[in-house]
Design a protein around this ligand. Structure first.
Ligand code: TYC
Length: 112
């Protein structure tokens, strides 16, 4: 028995050629994003914080200065938003770099 053009192939439209074609797209999940934050303290030099923002967060001098001053005045400020692994790497890099220079600067991440 033929199941060619015009035949009833069991798709529900009895060979009328009016079937609805539904595109199936594979489910892709967007990754959760994480904020990387700098915390204020009384001892880390402003210039060091600016350098950290330039070095690890690709900020220019003006952006870095603004963020540093925001943290200085508000206690906390955002350096960037990343996927989990990138955020974790940034936090580790900043903490290691700060400790190597004997500054108490704190860097943390939080889920958005
Ligand atoms: N409060 C520091 C000072 O007065 C500067 C500072 C800014 C420290 C931002 C940490 O994340 C920080 N030297």
């Amino acid at each position: 028995m033929s199941r060619g053009n015009g035949g009833d192939n069991g798709d529900g439209d009895h060979g009328r050629g009016t079937e609805i074609v539904t595109k199936i797209r594979p489910k892709t999940k967007r990754p959760s994003m994480y904020r990387v934050l700098l915390l204020n303290d009384d001892y880390t030099p402003m210039e060091f914080v600016i350098h950290v923002l330039e070095r690890f967060f690709q900020k220019n001098r003006d952006e870095a200065t603004q963020i540093m001053l925001h943290v200085h005045h508000n206690g906390v400020g955002e350096c960037g938003i990343f996927t989990y692994e990138i955020a974790e790497t940034k936090v580790t890099q900043v903490m290691d770099f700060s400790r190597r220079h004997q500054h108490p600067l704190q860097c943390v991440m939080e889920k958005k």
